[in-house]
Design a protein around this ligand. Structure first.
Ligand SMILES: Cc1ncc(COP(=O)(O)O)c(C=O)c1O
Length: 369
């Protein structure tokens, strides 16, 4: 079976984690945490990094920084992971959805303005599968209405838009370092901000709301979302080779595109002009006219040939866990609904070989016949 994703760990990674173990700094403080924060922030062109336990809680801390009041609204794509909607719901605020652009699969930025109300507080763009959102129109709208931007860059390490690195666009920008990400710490995440007060507050929220000055003094309620020094040691080592990781993922993406773009029954993800994605996962959409098969059928045929795939996200408006809270009643987002049914992603490990890509594409061609 060619797995959908496998991490590629180097001898340097192993040495770095071993050194951290030997040092005795195994919990949420230690030199690697700060070093990882500084390096990742610098790579993304930001002033401050706050490392946390995973990408979902990075978003949760980012949303906490907004101090949302019940009934406040945050605009986001429906086609994303629940980690975007959940912290908003937890704050008794409302995720307000927009559909996807059918070519880029990221949020359709032209729909945002119509969704703004007097309760809107923030916009949350998500760079789906490592493909940058068309940020400029969003930044313009955010400025016009005084809205915060929480950039979900969980899947887009090293991507860029108009010569700026992804992760540099949000009031707060959030990354995941889960095992399948371009930079991994096993589990892990980070918030990036430029404002020092926001960084300090995010650090307190990550650490149970402990206040400086006196131990066990809490000025506000926080969480234990600390990243361990062991995990950060892996992160520091991975960041060292980020350029080669990004180059490898792009080469993999281009190798897939060269073969799949000629197949009639498929649609592939398109980049905005001025944007360069990183092909976190290589996705495709099966046209309804393709021998009458949908993504689930194609996934079954590929699995029978030893190729693992994953279905696309299912939109937030189709999630029972959110609908049962009275959200999104009667709402429909046709592009996201189609992506969810006709889309899947192919094996996308950093270590994937060219001949494996050749074999996978051959099997896709066969399955579509
Ligand atoms: C777009 C997006 N946001 C947030 C997350 C959450 O990250 P984590 O799995 O580290 O909690 C993910 C996870 O893959 C993601 O794809």
């Amino acid at each position: 079976m060619i797995p959908v994703n496998e991490p590629l760990l180097s001898e340097e990674d192993i040495a770095s984690v071993t050194e951290a173990l030997r040092s005795g700094w195994i919990s949420g403080s230690g030199p690697h945490v700060e070093s990882f924060e500084n390096r990742w922030a610098a790579y993304c062109g930001r002033k401050h990094g706050v490392a946390v336990a995973n990408g979902s809680v990075a978003l949760q801390v980012a949303v906490s920084l907004l101090d949302l009041q019940p009934g406040d609204e945050v605009i986001m794509p429906t086609f994303t992971i629940i980690s975007c909607a959940w912290p908003v719901v937890l704050a008794n605020a409302i995720p307000v959805l927009v559909d996807s652009d059918p070519r880029t699969w990221t949020m359709d930025v032209t729909q945002v303005r119509a969704r703004i109300t007097s309760r809107t507080r923030a916009i949350m763009p998500v760079h789906i599968y490592g493909n940058p959102v068309d940020m400029q129109p969003l930044l313009d709208v955010a400025e016009e209405y005084g809205l915060a931007v929480i950039e979900d860059a969980a899947e887009a390490h090293g991507a860029d838009y108009r010569d700026r690195r992804i992760g540099s666009f949000g009031t707060a920008s959030c990354f995941s370092f889960y095992a399948n990400k371009l930079v991994t710490t096993g589990e892990g995440g980070m918030l990036l901000v430029d404002d020092e007060e926001l960084a300090d507050r995010a650090r307190r929220l990550r650490n149970l709301g402990f206040q400086p000055g006196r131990r066990f003094l809490h000025g506000e309620l926080g969480y234990n979302f600390r990243l361990t020094n062991l995990q950060a040691a892996l992160g520091v080592s991975q960041v060292e080779r980020i350029d080669s990781i990004v180059a490898r993922k792009r080469a993999m993406g281009h190798a897939y595109t060269a073969r799949l773009s000629e197949m009639p029954g498929l649609e592939l993800q398109v980049e905005q002009p001025g944007a360069h994605g990183v092909y976190w996962m290589y996705g495709l959409v099966v046209r309804e006219t393709s021998a009458g098969i949908d993504a689930a059928e194609l996934a079954g045929r590929l699995a029978a040939s030893g190729i693992e795939t994953r279905p696309f996200f299912l939109g937030m408006h189709e999630q029972p866990a959110l609908r049962e809270r009275g959200l999104f009643a009667g709402e429909s987002y046709p592009v996201a609904e189609r992506l969810a049914r006709q889309g899947l992603y192919l094996p996308s490990s950093i270590g994937l070989e060219e001949q494996e890509i050749e074999r996978i594409c051959g099997k896709v061609r066969e399955a579509l016949r």
